[in-house]
Design a protein around this ligand. Structure first.
Ligand code: PLP
Length: 474
């Protein structure tokens, strides 16, 4: 089956298997019940080998997950050693060297005042824990009226109930909502404008003015809710899937920090996608002076795909409040700080540090930006190319001058993904809702080990895939 048939079938009719497709038996629930994904036999470095004989160059690391490439021998050895020593203990009574060392490694030097780490299994769980931690912080301090969360439109924070509630993905919330609020969606949430210059910066407005306007809106929202009722402000420093690698304007994160300080509101930074080196600094927030999160979440790049692991990093002031209060975080999972996951993540993080891969990510990011801008310059549908480090998005439009979005029925980003897959390159499609209209982008997030030659192939194939869709739909 051609990848196009596989992916385009999402949400529509069921797909028919061909001799190329190794059917899974149909009992595994895939992302869509109508869509049979491609069967992978093995992966090595940046190459994914399919059961149909095709080899795919992984230019998106899954969804910005793979950082050191697939099938690394050192990580496999670390996992095996951990398995041989101890595969599991419960954290109520026990701890392991790999979990302790991972926390020490991530928090070495107290980045941004972060002092303690909790390890869970996914980005959603990390965000759920972060939101509860924020609530417990205020509870311990007697500020029990702080229940409200302010997040941003075009932000994604996960699929569990609270994480979904602060996310802006309307469709994902719909079945769980009740008219007039309530239902399974946490009701005390409001959203402000995204810090998304391509769409929201006004003509003639300087970057500083744009930042100031966004900050005024946040301040107004805190005032509207009542600053003493707000628990936390939640944001991805560089927005991932919902808007496509959107870095904030200069001064924005520091300004948000100052506003949070003014009202005693906690700042939760979601670095599930943009963290762990992906943006060219280990934490994405480090690229702006004066930003110190109270709680930071990270996931995808932490284990680099070798383990299902995520982290919740806590600022000293949060740790202190809990120590002086209940004495623990009232939260826990059976598999928290799982020794094998921690061993895998520790090995990945040691490799990243030893091999200078964050610096490499920043340097290769410059190459990727240059190649993308050169290759896509003449593409009629490419409205914006933006990103940081090895985290780049290409946003598609019907008209470059008006920035009019493409017909959402076309699914242009997915069509580009399919055409790129047919040519042997994996990119990650996404969509954001722009003033009620669904926009399209594809995301590039290759492992930090990517070579200049591979980036050249990725950009050339991406251009061909885009041109092929432009010929059909523009
Ligand atoms: N936060 C962000 C910024 C994400 O991009 C994601 C996943 O894409 C999540 C949270 C949820 O992570 P997970 O899918 O591991 O639950």
């Amino acid at each position: 089956m051609a990848p196009s048939e596989v992916i385009e079938a999402q949400g529509s009719t069921s797909t028919k298997p061909t001799q190329h497709q190794h059917r899974s038996g149909g009992r595994l629930a895939h992302r869509s019940f109508n869509h049979e994904p491609l069967m992978v036999n093995s992966a090595h470095g940046l190459q994914i080998h399919l059961a149909n004989g095709q080899t795919i160059l992984d230019a998106c690391g899954g969804a910005a997950v793979a950082t050191i490439g697939h099938n690394n021998d050192e990580v496999k050895a670390a996992v095996q050693t951990q398995m041989q020593q101890v595969s599991y203990v419960h954290t109520q009574a026990f701890t392991t060297r790999s979990a302790e060392d991972l926390a020490d490694l991530l928090l070495e030097g107290g980045p941004g005042g972060l002092e303690m780490a909790l390890f869970v299994c996914s980005g959603s769980e990390a965000m759920e824990a972060a939101l509860k931690l924020a609530r417990q912080y205020h509870y311990e301090r007697g500020e029990t009226e702080r229940v409200h969360l302010v997040a941003r439109r075009q932000g994604y924070h996960g699929n569990t109930v609270a994480a979904m509630s602060v996310s802006s993905n309307v469709a994902r919330k719909l079945p769980y909502q009740m008219e007039g609020g309530g239902g399974l969606v946490y009701p005390h949430v409001s959203h402000v404008s995204p810090a998304y210059a391509y769409r929201y910066q006004r003509e003639g407005e300087s970057e500083d003015e744009f930042t100031a306007r966004l900050l005024r809106e946040i301040d107004d929202e805190f005032q509207r809710v009542g600053p003493g009722r707000v628990m936390a402000f939640v944001a991805e420093p560089v927005v991932g899937a919902t808007a496509g690698c959107v870095p904030p304007p200069k001064g924005y994160l520091a300004g948000v920090r100052a506003l949070c300080d003014k009202y005693g509101i906690l700042l939760i930074l979601d670095e599930v996608m943009c963290g762990a080196g992906r943006c060219g600094s280990f934490f994405a927030f480090e690229q702006e002076e004066g930003v110190t999160p109270d709680i930071l979440t990270m996931a995808k790049g932490l284990g680099g795909g070798y383990a299902a692991i995520a982290g919740v990093l806590m600022h000293a002031r949060v740790v202190d409040a809990l120590k002086k209060g209940t004495g623990s975080f009232v939260h826990g999972h059976t598999y928290q700080a799982h020794p094998v996951s921690c061993a895998a993540a520790l090995a990945v993080q040691r490799i990243i540090r030893r091999d200078g891969l964050v610096e490499r990510c920043a340097a290769m990011g410059e190459v990727l930006e240059r190649l993308l801008r050169e290759e896509l310059r003449a593409c009629r549908s490419v409205g914006d190319v933006r990103g940081r480090g090895l985290f780049w998005a290409v946003e598609f439009v019907r008209d470059k001058d008006t920035k009019e979005t493409l017909d959402p029925g076309v699914g242009f980003g997915v069509k580009v993904q399919v055409a790129a897959l047919e040519r042997g390159v994996a990119v990650y499609p996404g969509s954001g809702t722009v003033d009620g209209v669904r926009g399209d982008h594809v995301l590039l997030a290759p492992p930090y080990t990517v070579t200049e030659e591979q980036l050249g192939v990725v950009c050339r194939v991406l251009r061909e895939a885009i041109e092929c869709q432009e010929a059909k739909y523009l």
